[in-house]
Design a protein around this ligand. Sequence first.
Ligand code: FEO
Ligand code: CA
Ligand code: CA
Length: 636
Amino acid sequence: MRHPLEDSNASSNPSIHELNSSRRELLQGGLGAALAALLGPLAGCAAPAATSSSATPLLGFRSVPPSEADTVTVPPGYRAQVLTAWGEPVGIAGAAMPPWREDASADAAEQALQFGMHHDGMQFLPLQPDGRRGLLVTNHEYTDEGLLHPDGPTPWTAEKVAKSQAAHGLSVAEIELRGDGWQLVRPSRFARRITARTPCAVGGPAAGHALLRTAADPQGARVLGTFANCAMGRTPWGTVLSGEENFAFYFDAGPNPDPHQKRWGLPAQGFTRWAAHNDRFDAVKHPNEANRFGWIVELDPADPASPPVKRTALGRAAHEGAWVALTRDGRAAVYSGEDARFEYLYKFVSRDRVQPARDGLSAAQANRELLDHGTLYVAHFDAEGRGRWLPLVHGQGPLTAANGFADQGEVLVKTRQASDLLGATRLDRPEWMAIHPATGEVFCSLTNNTDRGKAGKPGPDAANPRAHNAMGQVLRWREDGDFDGETFAWRHLLLAGDPANTRAEARGDVRGDAFGCPDGLCFDPRGVLWIQTDVSAGVMRQGEFARLGNNQMLACDVGTGEVRRFLTGPVNCEITGATFAPDGRTLFVNIQHPGEPPSDISDPADINRFSRWPFGGRPRSATVVVRREDGGVIGS
Ligand code: FEO
Ligand code: CA
Ligand code: CA
C-alpha cells in the first residue's frame, strides 16, 4: 500500500526558505544584528538541506566499528577533544573559579560555581554572525553520589544534599573558536549556573494554582530550582527549553501514596535522599511540592538576570525535552515526549505569533509570554499510518469537574490522568524529537519498553509493534496542512536492533550499522539526522546487546534510511546532547555517566571499576568537541 507520506504533495508545511524568511522578519528589530547572531538557525539549521536525490550522498564518512574501549572514537580524518567536564569552573564574572579537585572535595558552594554532573541536553547559541563565539547551555540531569563526594553517600548529610542539588540544573558557559580549537571564555558576563535551589518563575494557566501552593510559597508562583533536566531544545526567539524528566524519584511519598502520587510514580523513599535533609522533598508533609516539577523550563541565556520560567501551558509530564517549529503564520508548535513506559507524546500550539525584537527588547523578551497561551494536545496513533492530536482542554470531552478536573490548571498538573481519560496512545518511552529543516517532518525516538506485552500491560500496537521491546524505534510523521494540524500521517523510520539476534522482535530493520535504544536526535544544517543511543549499563554487552558495543552516535539519511556509526563512547557512558555550530563544522556532544555501575551509584572505594575517562582518574561526564582535521563539514 502506498503510504501517505510517500506523496510528495501531501504536505504544505513551510520549506526551509519560508521558515528562514519568517525568521528574517523576526530578526528585523532594534537588536536585529546581535539577535540574528544569537538565534542562529531554526532547529539547528543554517542552510537548505540536501536531499537524498542530491548528486553527492549525504553521508560521506567511513563508519567506525562497535567499540568496547574506554575512549571516544570518531572516523578517520576527525578529531574529538574534551572541552569541559563536571567540576570545571563555568567562569561566572565576579565570582570565584574553584578548580577541579581529583578527590571531589569541592563543597556545595564551590560546586554551584562549577559545571554540574551528568551532562545531558545541550544547545549552542552563537553570539556573533560568524558563529565563532557563543553560549553553550548544558543540562546536568542527575548525580552519582558515589562519585560526587570523596566518601560517597555514607554518612548522608545536609552538606551532601546541598552539593547534590548544586550539581543538578543547567550551566551557561561562553565559548570561542581560537584557531582550530574551542575554548571556554572565563570569566564571562553570561556564565551562570541554575541549580535545584535557583528561584524559578511560573507561567501559564497553572501559575498560582491551588495545586502549586506550598507553605513556603503560598502564592504558587516561585519555585526553588529545576532538576532532572534531560533534553534541551532551542526556540527561534533565542531561548532554550529544558525538560524536567525523572523528578518523581526525588520525593518521599511514604508507604501510602495517594492516587495522584501513585499515577506519577513517586516512590516511598526518593532515590536521591534529599528529603532526609530538605523537608520540601517529603511528599507526605508537602504533597504539592512535586506538582511544581515535571514542567518545561524556558531560559534566556543572553540575559543572566532573567529567572528560568516553568511553562505550565505545555503540560506536566516526565518531560524528556521540547522542540519548536513555526506555523506559516508564525505561531509556535512545541513537541514534547514523556520518557516513561506507556506514557505520552504532546504538542502545544501557541495562541499568538512570535514577535520580533522591538523597542529595546530582545526577541526573547518580546516573547516572554508566548508559551503561556495556547492549546495542548496529546497524540493518538491510529493504525494505517494516520494519527490525531486530542485537545487537553478543560470542559472538552471528559475533562470536566465531574471527572476530577476543576479547571485548566488541574488538567495541566494532571496531564497524565487527562491523557488516560482521552485514550491517547501509550508509547514505548518517547525521548527526543527533531524536526526536518526542509520538509517539516517530525521524528521521535522511542527508546525501548521491555514491559510491552507483559501480563496486565498493553500489548503491541501499530506505533509500538514489538512485545518485550528491548531495542526501541524511531517514529516519523507529517502534520496535515501545517504544524497546527489536528491530524497527521506517520510511519516508522526504523526499528532498532541487531540483525543477528535470534529473537525476531529484537532484530530490527536498520539499513546499515546496527544499534539499540535510540535516545538523542538532532538534525544538522544539511538535514542529516543524528541518533544517539542509551543502552543502560545494566544490560550493556549482555544478551541481545552483546555485539552492539558501547553507546554511540550514528548518522541517518532519512531519504534513503541508511545509518552509519560515527562515534563511540567510553565504557558504560551514554551519548547525548549533540548540537552543531551553524556552519556544520563543529559538533558538540556530551558523554554522560562514563563508568556508570549497573546500580547507578558508584562505590567510592572503587570508582574506576568501569572507566577512567576522560583524564585517567575519576570518571567525569564531559562535553566533547568534534572537528574534521581539514576543517570540513561534519559528516559530509
Ligand atoms: Fe533523561 Fe529519557 O533520558
Ligand atoms: Ca535521554
Ligand atoms: Ca534514555
